[in-house]
Structures are given as C-alpha cells and as structure tokens.
Design a protein around this ligand. Structure first.
Ligand code: NAD
Length: 527
C-alpha cells in the first residue's frame, strides 16, 4: 500500500509507517497543487499537516485513496464533504498539541505580566530602564479563562499553582467538571468585570467570532491584560486597538490573528504593549512528534483493518453495516446538531430512543453520530465519531440509549430527549421514502423539515400575520425563504414553525424577529 506524506512530518511518525512491511511511504513536501493532483491517483493514504490543500479537485483525482490523515486538529485544509462523498476516511489528531498550546499561553501570561519582550528589546539596544518595566505578580490575581476545554483546563491547573484565583466561563461544560479543578464557574460578564488577566480558549464559531469586542472591553477592569492563543477573530482586533489606546487594557498577547500573517502595517503590531508570536501555540518539537505519532498510528491501524480512530467523517463500524446505516448516521448527526442549537443551557442528560425497523441493528454508531452532532457547534473539529461519547461523559453529560417497540407512526424514528440546566426538549427525526433525513417532531408538535443549511426555528402562537411580518423583515435584508413548515395541536394555540432560508440571520435581525408579536421563542440554526 502506498502512503504519500505531502507535508513535513516528524520522523517518529514516519518510522511507525515504515515499520509495516506492506507500506511504501513517500515523503514529498512542497508539491504544487497541479503536481499533487497528478500523483495522488497512485496512493492509498495521504498524510498532511496544514500546507497541503486536500480540496475537492485533489480528492476527485484520488481514485485509490482510502484515508486522509491530518497531523494536527484543524481540518480547514481538507474538504470533508468531498472526502465523505468518495468514501475516504478523514482522521485528525486532536489531543497532541494541548500541552504545548497551554504552555505557550503560560509564557504569554508571564510575558505580559513582566514586560519581558519589551525589556529584552530595550536592554539589547543598550538601555537600562528598570523603572519603565515594572511588572505585576500573578500571585493572588484573578485569571479569567473563557472556554474550559482541553487547553483552558490545563491553563487553569498551571495558573492555580502560581496562586492565581481562577474564574471560568464555558456555558457548555457541566459546572462540576470545572469546579473539581478549583475553577469558579461564572457568567461571562462577571468574568470580564473581575479578572486581572483574561485568556480565551474557545474554537472560532459564529458565536465566538468577536466575542470580545467593544462592549466586553468596556466591562473589563481598567488595566486588564488579555491573551489569545486560540484563534484569530475571537478578540475583535479593532476593538482591542481602541481599548489599548484608551488605556482600558494595559497589555495584550496574541499568538493568532484575524488574518495570518497580519498586515505589516497593522496598528496592532505598532503598539508597544501588544506582544505577538506567529501562531506558535502548537509549535514545539514534542507537539509535532505527538501529532505525527497519533496520526501515523491511526492511519496504520486503518489500512491494516484494525479499526477507525479519530475519524471526522466515519464511525467505527464494518463496511457492510455502514452501507445500511449511512443515511441514519447522517440523519442522527443532523438531529444532534439541531437539538443542541435550539436548546439553551448546559446539556446534562440525553436520552436517545430508537423505534421501528432500525432497532434490528446495533445502534451504537447512531448514538455516536448524535453525540458528535450535539457537541460539534461548540467543539468543532476536536470532536469526532470516536471520541464523541467519552468527551460528552468527561464534560458531565449522561447519555442513555433505549430501543422500543412502541409504534410511533413512523417506520423508523430516532427521538432525542435532551435536558440542560435551563430547559428540556424532545426532537425526533426519520428518513423520507427517498432516505432523506427529516425532522418530524419537536416536543409534541409534528412537522416535516429538511435539516440542511440555514434554518429559523420558532415557537409562536398560531395567529395570522406572523410569517408575513418575518417575510417583510427578511425581505428587507435580502434573505430568501426556501421552505416553511408548521406544526400545531389546536388552531390558535401554540405552534412550531421551521423556515429553511438561503442565508444566515444575523443577530440584529434575530432580535427584531424575537420582538414580533406572538413569537415565543426563535433560534437561528446552521446545519
Ligand atoms: P476544546 O474543544 O477541547 O475546548 C473548547 C472549549 O470551548 C469547550 O469546552 C467548549 O465548550 C468551549 N466553548 C465553545 N463555545 C464557547 C462559547 N461561546 N463560550 C465559552 N466557551 C465555549 O478545544 P481546545 O483543544 O482546548 O482548543 C481551544 C482553542 O485553541 C481552539 O480554538 C483551538 O483551535 C485553539 N488552538 C490553538 C493552537 C495554536 O497554535 N495557537 C493550537 C491548538 C489549539
């Protein structure tokens, strides 16, 4: 079997692959897309880091390819949909760089506290300005950590050993999990108002894009210092420049930028109290080795038929069963994703109920798909089919699956009862006669909605005029409504409405829709 490694990969990873007699491993980094497109047809496996773009064109040309391994977390450079369409498994290595990124954050924390980069530059120029660089102790200061996943929690452990008080904000993680680490779990506003240092460790999503902007800087303590070693865009760079110039923020440390590399004329790079590095969070020899080993083992085991691990697009089941379950897997992933986006609060319990013919099969992979879909909006690529259930448990979510013979009016039905610390909801889906997923029930309301693309999901009173009002607001913003479904129990009573729309509803429009008379709840959902 032929394996192409098209970006540089640590020797420890290559060794794992070369040890297998049947593998022929070729390392060709720095290929142009045209060359890769030409040679890819010869290979069974492709291993990349971030430089190779495994886009649709490359994947279409890959007639033999069975697996793409990404040595790292982000999958922005791999076209997952195209790979899935061709039956190519895509794997990543989500855990290998946690410690490195955490340690980079700690370095930034100490550097902003003690002005180390500025003092270094000044001293090397021959200056001796001891009073200019007076710093601050971390001891007894409050560190606000936004996002308490793998990296956020490691940062909390280390900061605690410096005697810092830790406040954490993560609306998707069970409080008990964070509290066990001595983190005081608070709302975002409280964290912003009370922290001396703030560090962000969330993925970049629609919700987290510019989550720290003018309003948030305004809430911070004067002199607060902020750190971003997660993703560019979480902190609004223009708002940061303003906050620093107004001396609201006394320093910032950035490893990541809205556009990378940042424009050399960017004002951000000219501010003395902004220290920067060039996306180095995961750049340690150890992390490179860890991700190389992790991905080499996953690809090796897959090619040797020893199972699928860390797959972003496939659960771990045999090929025959996969063929039968594939439409259900797609449906279940959508169902989980849909449920988590229409609910408020931290998910605590999930009960998955299978009924109808589907109960003849082993439904474990469907529960994995539901869990992956449910965690995806908040964890992005770090959740995959294989780690979804253990990750959910480690985040304090209880998952139960039951099969029932109760006749539910559908040939097959997968129903999901989700409880959060704020609400509970049941949603159910089935396959249409053409094997297409349909959301068919929300609580006690029957609907039939296509779970694809952009949706607006509402609870409203069943009175005339609502859709007209929404249509007018959307029309003004050039948003096209592609389909609408309604479900009600009694005329004039409560109803559920789902709209498939052609472009996203931005927060200001969502606020206007919420204010329309007789609308009880509204959520924008992206599937
Ligand atoms: P993770 O998936 O383990 O944790 C992310 C956490 O963010 C989760 O606990 C999730 O519940 C929380 N979260 C999601 N949306 C949130 C919101 N709106 N508000 C508050 N919390 C929210 O991820 P991780 O491995 O800890 O990585 C964290 C970040 O670091 C990611 O953005 C990742 O891309 C980035 N990263 C950067 C580098 C680098 O080189 N600088 C290296 C590795 C990871």
């Amino acid at each position: 079997m032929k394996i192409l490694v098209s970006d540089s990969l640590a020797e420890e990873g290559l060794k794992i692959l070369r040890e297998v007699k049947d593998f022929q491993v070729e390392v060709k980094s720095g290929m142009q897309p045209e060359e890769l497109k030409e040679v890819i047809k010869d290979y069974d496996a492709l291993i990349v880091r971030s430089a190779t773009k495994a886009n649709k064109e490359i994947i279409d040309a890959a007639t033999n390819l069975k697996v793409i391994g990404r040595a790292g977390v982000g999958l922005d450079n791999v076209d997952l949909a195209a790979a899935t369409q061709k039956g190519i498994v895509v794997m990543n290595a989500p855990a290998g760089n946690t410690i490195s990124t955490c340690e980079h954050t700690m370095s930034m924390l100490l550097a902003v506290a003690r002005n180390i980069p500025q003092a270094n530059a000044s001293t090397k120029k021959g200056e001796w300005k001891r009073s200019k660089f007076i710093g601050h102790e971390l001891y007894k200061k409050t560190l606000g950590i936004i996002g308490l996943g793998r990296i956020g929690r490691e940062v909390a452990r280390r900061a605690a050993s410096f005697g810092m008080k830790i406040k954490g904000y993560d609306p998707y993680l069970a409080k008990e999990v964070a509290e066990e680490l001595g983190i005081e779990v608070v709302e975002l506003n409280e964290l912003l108002k009370n922290s001396d240092f703030i560090t962000v460790h969330v993925p970049l999503t629609d919700d987290t894009n510019h989550m720290i902007s003018d309003e948030e800087f305004a809430m911070m303590k004067k002199g607060c210092r902020v750190i971003n070693c997660a993703r560019g865009g979480i902190i609004d760079e223009q708002a940061l420049i303003k906050a620093i110039k107004e001396e609201k923020i006394s320093a910032a440390a950035l490893d990541v930028f809205e556009s990378e590399p940042p424009d050399t004329n960017s004002e951000l790079l000219k501010l003395d109290n902004v220290i920067v590095s060039c996306h180095l969070g995961a750049s340690t020899e150890e992390a490179q080795v860890n991700v190389a080993i992790e991905i080499a083992e996953c690809v090796r085991d897959f090619l040797l038929g020893k199972g699928i691990r860390n797959a972003a697009n496939y659960p771990n089941i045999d090929a025959e069963l996969y063929k039968v379950l594939k439409p259900y897997i797609i449906m279940c992933e959508k169902l989980g994703n849909f449920a988590s986006q229409i609910l408020e609060g931290r998910i605590k319990e999930v009960e998955v109920k299978y009924s109808g013919e589907i109960t003849k099969y082993d439904t474990a992979s469907l529960t994995m798909a539901i869990t992956k879909g449910m965690l995806y909006p908040v964890l992005k690529e770090t959740v995959n089919f294989i780690n979804a259930i253990p990750l959910a448990r480690s985040r304090g979510i209880q998952i139960k699956q039951i099969k029932t013979s109760v006749d539910e009016d559908f040939v097959n039905l997968v129903s999901l009862a989700v409880k959060t610390d704020k609400a509970s909801k049941t949603v159910a889906a089935t396959l249409s006669p053409k094997r297409q997923p349909r959301i068919v029930k929300i609580d006690d309301f029957y609907v039939e909605a296509e779970p694809f693309g952009q949706l607006l999901v509402m609870k409203n009173w069943d009175v005339p005029g609502i859709i007209g009002n929404i249509g007018t607001l959307m029309g003004k913003q050039n948003i096209n409504i592609a389909a609408m479904v309604f479900g009600r129990k009694t005329p004039g009573g409560e109803a559920v409405s789902i709209l498939n729309i052609d472009s996203p509803v931005l927060p200001d429009l969502l606020e206007k829709i919420k204010k329309i008379d007789n609308i009880l709840e509204v959520k924008s959902v992206k599937l």
